[in-house]
Design a protein around this ligand. Structure first.
Ligand code: CMC
Length: 428
């Protein structure tokens, strides 16, 4: 871990069991959990550990990819503020930034796009995997299935300690995930996948693969821009549940395809990426502005959750939610106002004024308005989290690559405090 804070800073611990004192070095506002091991109640015991269910206060790595200041609502990729990236860059360049560490020059950008185009071909036979998958299966389950199937065609991906192998398969994952995602949609509506169009942007090409009936399809520039910004906003978010899953599975030297399938599974849950779908269902269930007070009563009584609110790290407004509410206005101008918007706006207004939410620092997160935009663009709520996964793949592979190159990392393997019975005898 880099030692870039106050020299000789330390934490003094007094163990009342033994009367001994310990000095633990403080680096970057953390103490190393392994430094606790020197603290023994009696000779020969294992040494002290830290107890942290759900990793609420545990740092698992150092990282140079994404910075979040949850108190002040700041999000940066490789040092660039998210609002500037959303406004002045594009998702393909943001993928390059996340993975390579710097924004590309125009030449690097063009070369990267060419490499992505070359990798945008699915192995033959992968569509056959869909033959046994019900059309109404949840799209995230289908995406995970296709990711595992893709891995079956990539035996060379097992050399995960080799940087060049990681580069090839990271590019492959970035380029092929939108194809898999489009395939998930087309399977759902019983239509064959159409070929990618390399003349289009990442977002434009994706929209065409999803919605085109034939080659005459023209991508609406407002929707293309909205999709691009949404992918950018979802690109990375440091050690969230699915990214940690990618790292944990990757730490066992599993292939990136298997790790990505696990990350997709983690993202699918309604407390994580699945929240965008859950918000839409919640808004539809509330049904009208008049019904909001009754719903809020349920939230206060803990009979319901206000989906799309709250965050483990942000204790102020999620900066992504701010950008999304601006994008929503542009999309609604083209597509008409989403009927559920009034309910969402009123929910937000009430929540931001109520003590229950204020005292717990609960603000809208990235998922609160994104579903409304996706629905207006023509996506079905069950598919929303797949869109999240297409954007987040950039962060997953950047974080996986960083993990594999980090000499301090080993297989992830937390400990436990055993509280069950012991020493029983099996009858007989
Ligand atoms: N509605 C009502 N109460 C809430 C909510 C909510 N959405 N979120 C948190 N709380 C309450 C919670 O009951 C607890 O109250 P108390 O201290 O009285 O027991 C307090 O706020 C702290 O919540 P927590 O559950 O300890 O916080 P956490 O950091 O473990 O969970 C969270 C974070 C995002 C899972 C949670 O806020 C939540 O379930 N939100 C709704 C689901 C959601 O929108 N998820 C998307 C997250 S952002 C994008 C992503 O990660 O994919």
């Amino acid at each position: 871990m880099p030692n870039d804070t106050t020299q000789d800073a330390h934490l003094t611990l007094h163990d009342s069991r033994t009367g001994r004192e310990f000095e633990l070095p403080i680096v970057n506002d953390t103490v190393k959990a392994m430094d606790l091991r020197q603290i023994h109640a009696h000779l020969g015991d294992f040494g002290m550990m830290s107890y942290d269910p759900a990793f609420k206060n545990t740092v698992s790595c150092t990282s140079r990819i994404t910075f979040i200041d949850g108190g002040r609502g700041i999000l940066e990729y490789r040092g660039y503020p998210i609002d500037q990236l959303a406004e002045r860059s594009n998702f393909s360049d943001v993928c390059y930034l996340l993975f390579q560490g710097e924004l590309p020059t125009p030449r690097q950008s063009a070369a990267f796009k060419t490499q992505m185009t070359e990798a945008s071909v699915l192995p033959e036979g992968i569509e056959n995997v869909l033959a046994g998958v019900p059309r109404d299966a949840h799209p995230m389950a289908v995406l995970g299935t296709l990711m595992m199937a893709l891995g079956c065609h990539e035996p060379g991906a097992k050399d995960v300690r080799d940087g060049e192998c990681r580069r090839i398969h990271s590019l492959n994952l970035l380029a092929k995930t939108p194809l898999l995602a489009a395939m998930v949609w087309r399977h759902r509506i019983n239509k064959p996948l159409i070929a990618p169009d390399p003349s289009l942007s990442f977002a434009g090409n994706f929209l065409k693969m999803v919605f085109a009936e034939d080659e005459s399809y023209e991508v609406d520039p407002i929707l293309e821009r909205a999709m691009d910004v949404l992918f950018t906003l979802h690109g990375d978010h440091e050690q969230n549940c699915s990214t940690s899953t990618m790292r944990v599975v990757g730490s066992s030297e599993a292939t990136p395809y298997n790790s990505a399938a696990a990350a997709i599974a983690a993202l699918s849950g309604p407390l994580h990426g699945g929240a965008n779908e859950a918000v839409l269902r919640m808004l539809a269930e509330i049904g009208s502005v008049e019904a909001i007070p009754a719903f809020m009563e349920k939230v206060r009584n803990r009979e319901a959750k206000l989906m799309g609110f709250g965050h483990r790290v942000y204790k102020s407004y999620d900066p992504r939610a701010k950008i999304i509410s601006e994008i929503a206005k542009e999309v609604f101008e083209v597509r008409g106002r989403n009927a559920l918007l009034d309910i969402a706006v009123e929910l937000e207004r009430i929540a931001l004024e109520e003590d229950f939410f204020k005292s717990r620092n609960l603000y809208p997160n990235v998922d609160f308005y994104s579903g409304l935009i996706y629905q207006s663009m023509g996506f079905d709520p069950a598919y929303f989290t797949v869109l999240f996964a297409v954007g987040r793949m950039a962060g997953w592979i950047a974080q996986w690559d960083e993990l594999m190159a980090d000499s301090e990392q080993k297989i992830a393997r937390p400990r436990q405090v055993y509280v069950g019975e012991r020493g029983k005898t099996v009858p007989g």
